[in-house]
Design a protein around this ligand. Structure first.
Ligand code: ADP
Ligand code: MG
Length: 704
């Protein structure tokens, strides 16, 4: 049975009265902050299945009738001026499509797509109903404007409406903007979520139009379910319409993700498997071994990467500051030590993992960029970069040291606040970048020199302040070592020998080993968990487990911190560790508890966190780890010497009341075991930095 059009407003009226009286009342109170009334398809289906069906099949008529019925109810409540919209949400599963699946037969239907907003345009006013004045007689005519492509003028100044009857050619019409009804409109580009794609396929995109209160609601990087109607426009070639159309979507309603990492579905069976795994004593080891099994060794590094997958818990402090939970890791190393391989692997096993390069090909880069979009009639749009697209996941950034200036300047905010506010080409947006960052960087000089001679901060093209945002920093050097090299060689060759030629897989004469069912779940022989299960495991843990530290665990971390600082304090002026490190220790301990699906981080978790922290610090800087080096980019001893030289100049100046001679300073410096060469270099630097000056030529020194 089809539903007669004239029945629709009446049906909507009774549906709204039955189920939404209270909501309509609330809407009346909160309007105009809220202009939409969300109506669940499920309620409509329960009310009348045929009616529900008609909504999917004839969305235009239905939405019109629904808005009309809502308007009437509002005016009966005593608010005739309120303009509000019914937004139908939670469409049935057979209305769901991916962007890739959209076809001609979907035109005119109400459909639902799960997507990420990749680009947004400016919110602009457009004429919804135009008021046009006939220049010959001054009579005005109203014409509704169905689309944003062209402005439709009256075809004549109708006599029946009280006009002069002149036709378009005989008179001119001028739009009166102040008497027209304008609405907000915005172009939004939606992209299918990359998770649903198989190996290397480019995600497909669709350009959408959001109107009224939906315009301006989305930010680039937002994950949504968008419900709406498809429409087409002719593609144009040399100024003429062609019979080929482009598909667009008019967004009717949007639903935001209701559970984090919603796209990852975990069956009851899988949940049981995950819980069972989590109870194993060797779960940390098992998962560590499962990270990039084709890469030999690097157990400590892999252990931190494994913890990074799980991450700490993001939380809000009483004063409103947000505490980041994600663990950021930097892999610095010589070329050819499998950094890129590790990154690529991590991006594949992490929920919402993304692999990009600092010198990425996409204009949006890592954070976001304004681009002129030909599909959106050449308008400026703001495009989300890799970090926004990896929100709640992991962004693996190769060649981090080569990122562009634009990204460099927004990186601090993106990593610490995990949110970037952008205002470009007239578009303002706030992008969420709540992802763990795994970055790889190469040394400036091709290979790392010994860090005891040159501090590592001077060996890579990254500012110390940016480096200090990382919770864990690994230095991977490529030193020939026969035993180790033999093992790597064996490992690589075994891998090769056991792999399957790609062309045979493509031809269908061999099975893709990464997809065979032997790869499902836990591989007890090899002692690894396959990537699909890891992804689910991680998603499950991130969703449901939010560990806090037991007081013992807290004490242990505190002791380690205080002790390390005390030791550092003994060696001259160096401070061995900064307060930022406590946060990192805390996050690692939380992640370690999450691995066990435990809501409490215990002594063992704190110990794991401390052990790993000690290791990376030691490998990075040797015994004298000095965190202030991270912040200032200088070694402790160098800073110490600087201070001594400054002190000498100051003392002589104070004692004699005159400028100090260079020679005296160098002699004095010699007494503090600073050679003349070194002291002279230091003085040069201090003069250049403006901390010393030479008031009477090169030989004279004075404090500033
Ligand atoms: P990087 O990005 O550090 O320059 P890559 O990730 O491109 O290095 O690795 C270079 C090659 O060396 C890769 O093919 C990788 O598989 C191999 N390789 C390096 N170290 C190892 C290792 N420990 N185990 C297995 N393969 C390795
Ligand atoms: Mg590389």
């Amino acid at each position: 049975m089809t539903i007669q059009e004239f029945d629709l407003p009446a049906r909507w009226r009774s549906l709204l009265l039955d189920n939404y009286s209270e909501a309509i009342h609330n809407l009346e109170v909160s309007w105009p902050d809220v202009q939409s009334l969300e109506v669940s398809y499920r309620d409509i289906e329960a009310f009348d299945p045929d009616f529900a069906l008609s909504i999917v099949e004839e969305p235009e008529n239905n939405t019109q009738a629904a808005n009309q019925a809502l308007g009437l109810l509002l005016s009966e409540l005593g608010s005739p001026r309120i303009v509000a919209f019914v937004r139908i949400i939670e469409l049935p599963s057979d209305a769901h499509r991916t962007v890739r699946q959209l076809r001609s037969e979907d035109l005119g239907l109400m459909i639902s797509v799960d997507a990420i907003a990749t680009k947004i345009g400016r919110v602009l006013p457009r004429t919804y109903e135009g008021s046009f004045v006939c220049v010959a007689c001054g009579h005005s005519t109203r014409v509704s404007q169905p689309n944003e492509q062209e402005l439709i003028e009256p075809i004549e100044c109708f006599e029946v409406d009280g006009g002069c009857g002149r036709r378009k050619g005989q008179t001119r019409f001028v739009q009166r903007v102040e008497e027209s009804i304008l609405i907000d409109t915005q172009f939004i580009e939606l992209q299918e979520p990359p998770e649903n794609l198989r190996g290397g396929v480019q995600p497909e995109r669709i350009l959408c139009i959001a109107e009224h209160d939906i315009a301006g609601q989305l930010n680039p990087g937002d994950r949504v379910t968008a419900n709406g109607m498809l429409f087409v426009r002719s593609q144009r070639k040399s100024g003429k319409d062609t019979p080929i159309f482009d598909i667009f979507m008019r967004i009717h309603s949007i639903q935001r993700e209701s559970i984090p990492l919603e796209e990852i579905q975990i069956s009851d069976e899988e949940e049981r498997e995950i819980k069972e795994l989590s109870r194993r004593d060797d779960i940390h080891k098992l998962l560590t071994n499962s990270i990039a099994p084709s890469i030999f060794g690097m157990d400590k590094q892999k252990e931190t990467l494994m913890l990074q997958l799980f991450g700490g818990v993001a939380s809000k402090a009483k004063d409103g500051t947000r505490l980041r939970g994600d663990i950021h890791i930097l892999l610095m190393g010589d070329p050819g030590v499998a950094k890129s391989q590790l990154l690529s692997y991590m991006s594949q096993i992490s929920p919402r993992g993304r692999f990009t390069s600092g010198q990425s090909a996409s204009a949006a880069g890592l954070t976001a960029a304004a681009v002129q979009d030909s599909a959106a009639d050449g308008r400026w749009t703001l495009e989300a970069g890799a970090l926004a697209l990896a929100d709640l996941g992991l962004a693996a950034i190769d060649e981090f040291d080569k990122m562009n200036e634009n990204d460099r300047s927004s990186m601090h905010e993106a990593m610490e606040q995990q949110r970037i506010s952008i205002s470009k080409a007239g578009i303002n947006a706030t992008l969420s970048t709540r992802c763990a960052i795994l970055a790889a960087a190469n040394p400036k000089a091709g290979r790392f020199q010994s860090v005891s001679e040159i501090p590592f901060t001077q060996q890579i093209n990254l500012k110390p302040a940016l480096i200090s945002r990382f919770d864990v920093i690994w230095l991977l050097t490529d030193q020939p070592e026969a035993d180790h090299d033999t093992m790597i060689a064996n490992h690589i060759m075994t891998n090769r020998a056991n792999s399957t030629p790609e062309i045979l897989i493509d031809q269908g004469s061999a099975v893709d080993p990464s997809k065979s069912s032997a790869n499902d779940g836990l591989d007890e022989d090899k002692g690894i968990v396959n990537r699909e299960l890891i992804r689910k495991y991680v998603a499950f843990a991130k969703r449901t487990i939010h560990p806090i530290l037991s007081s013992d665990a807290q004490n242990l971390l505190r002791e380690y911190y205080v002790e390390t600082r005390r030791k550092g304090g003994e060696s001259h002026d160096s401070i061995a560790i900064s307060a930022r490190a406590i946060e990192g220790l805390y996050r690692l301990a939380q992640a370690s508890a999450r691995v066990r699906l435990s809501d409490e981080a215990t002594i063992e978790d704190a110990e794991r966190s401390i052990r790993l922290t000690k290791t990376w610090r030691h490998e990075l800087m040797g015994e004298n780890f000095d965190e202030t080096t991270l912040q200032s980019g200088k070694k402790a001893t160098a800073r110490n010497r600087e201070r001594i030289v400054l002190e000498i100049v100051r003392r002589i100046h104070a004692e004699t009341g005159d400028v100090a001679s260079l020679n005296d300073v160098l002699t004095e410096a010699g007494r503090s075991d600073i050679s003349r060469d070194v002291a002279e270099d230091l003085i040069d630097v201090l003069c250049r930095d403006g901390r010393l000056m030479r008031p009477g030529g090169y030989e004279t020194l004075q404090p500033v």
